[in-house]
Design a binder for this molecule. Structure first.
Ligand code: FAD
Length: 433
């Protein structure tokens, strides 16, 4: 379902043996998801015929070895992890992994592949959850993992410019030392790369506060399928000179070219951060809490996330993460971040008092110290991981009007019956405009 104005985002995760049919074009090639990584039977409709791309020859490898000495990987054991996605639901059969370090090398690779009619699959941290990061057949994998240099940070404007292969968490560490933060944060931050974040238009936990990458990404450097380098690496917040081409590449999943560098506007590190973990009896109460929260916390509200009791069960069972409050059908993680600890604490106190006295929430706990904040956040961030321990996960990332998010979970439970081991709902409750 396409995101729409004034709609809200929620994520649904379903453990079931279903076939995905999402398709993606990589540069010149048409791609669809394919057989399950664990060898499930190929559905005739799940994968297209392999298009008439050429197969890699010894001469091709000789060319790649010349431009990427020691970084043209053909050892099957080393290529294997790049052929399987994070959820282990799809598998490709590429025999070549290319690891460029510079834009010039990416350009040479794509120009050569274009002239030789070789299909290419760009790959960042391989944490994507819709199968787009791995090949369908034998496409060459172009990994940006070695393109991990920070190119510039302007401490006055807060604009960071870096290569596309920088790992999100490393960028966060770098910025925090300089009193700034990344405008996005996700559970996959330890592995996902900024280029992959841009290519997937990742939302994440801070979207409610800092908006989407369409607003925070100021510039991109790109290499098109024929090797042409497109320099849209502006660092200006206001740039109304002609077409804003970079927007086309945000969310393009590698279909239009390879992102090689990103400049992004980073907010100042908040001086005070509080995290609250609350329990609600119904989803309706959860939504009322969201409304109350927006009204009472206003400008300091930085995240509002939810998970259901089934998620909590999986977190307890598979990751041994204890529930910090009493058992409830729904749980909320609220984060505030601001510049005045006393002011923020007072606002939060007023909000909690109102939420408790009006019986919107039945239990809760507050964290202000870093260790407890991390522990509460991990209950939301590690749900995806807990699911992977429970069996094959079929996952939808969807945007729906906020009041209808959970209806989809209950409908799917009814629809799937005992065909699914568990059907769970969790995600961001926030405006996506
Ligand atoms: C635990 C977990 C939590 C997550 N949480 C969120 C979340 O909160 N919000 C959200 O939106 N997503 C979330 N995701 C999914 C999210 O899309 C990815 O984690 C991340 O954005 C992908 O980055 P990556 O570097 O791993 O890209 P990959 O997985 O390697 O690639 C993803 C896609 O981008 C393309 N691509 C990668 N790099 C480039 C490049 N340099 N140029 C062109 N194309 C490229 C690939 O071809 C592929 O189509 C989560 C995933 C996990 C595992």
């Amino acid at each position: 379902l396409p995101p729409m104005q004034s709609f809200y985002q929620g994520w649904l995760f379903i453990s079931a043996c279903l076939k995905q049919r999402k398709c993606k074009q990589v540069l010149a090639s048409t791609r669809k998801l394919h057989a399950g990584a664990e060898g499930s039977k190929v559905s005739p409709s799940a994968a297209p015929e392999r298009l008439p791309f050429c197969r890699v020859t010894e001469e091709d490898l000789a060319f790649f070895r010349k431009i990427l000495p020691g970084r043209t990987i053909v050892d099957p054991d080393l290529v294997e992890p790049s052929n399987v996605d994070w959820l282990k639901s799809v598998r490709g059969s590429s025999e070549v992994l290319l690891r460029p370090q510079t834009t010039e090398e990416v350009s040479q690779i794509l120009s050569y592949c274009n002239s030789r009619n070789l299909a290419v699959n760009p790959q960042g941290g391989n944490t994507g959850l819709v199968g787009g990061s791995v090949p369908v057949y034998d496409e060459l994998i172009l990994s940006t993992s070695l393109m991990n240099k920070i190119l510039n940070f302007d401490s006055i404007s807060g604009v960071l410019t870096c290569q596309a292969g920088c790992v999100l968490e490393n960028l966060s560490f770098y910025l925090e030392e300089r009193d700034y933060i990344m405008p996005l944060d996700l559970g996959a931050k330890g592995s996902c790369q900024i280029g992959g974040n841009v290519a997937t238009n990742a939302g994440g936990l801070r979207l409610l506060r800092y908006g989407s990458l369409h607003g925070t990404v100021l510039g991109l450097e790109l290499v098109l399928a024929d090797g042409q380098v497109l320099d849209c690496l502006s660092t200006l917040r206001k740039d109304n000179t002609g077409y804003d081409l970079k927007q086309l590449f945000i969310g393009s999943e590698g279909t239009l070219g390879v992102i090689t560098a990103v400049s992004i506007l980073c907010p100042r590190k908040p001086k005070s951060v509080n995290v609250v973990f609350l329990g609600c009896e119904t989803f309706e109460q959860l939504l009322k809490t969201f409304q109350l929260c927006k009204g009472m916390l206003g400008e300091i509200l930085s995240a509002f996330e939810f998970l259901d009791s089934e998620c909590m069960r999986l977190l307890n069972t598979h990751l041994k993460l204890p529930n910090p409050i009493s058992d409830c059908p729904f749980y909320i993680v609220i984060e505030t971040s601001g510049s005045d600890p006393t002011h923020d604490a007072q606002k939060l106190h007023n909000f909690l008092e109102e939420a408790m006295t009006s019986s919107l929430v039945s239990d809760g706990t507050v964290a202000t110290e870093e260790a407890k904040i991390k522990a509460l956040w991990s209950l939301r961030e590690r749900v995806t991981e807990a699911l992977t321990h429970d069996g094959f996960t079929h996952k939808y990332d969807i945007s729906l009007p906020v009041e209808r998010i959970y209806q989809l979970v209950t409908d799917m439970r009814k629809h799937l019956g005992n065909q699914a081991k568990s059907v769970v709902g969790y995600g961001h409750v926030g405006k996506t405009t």
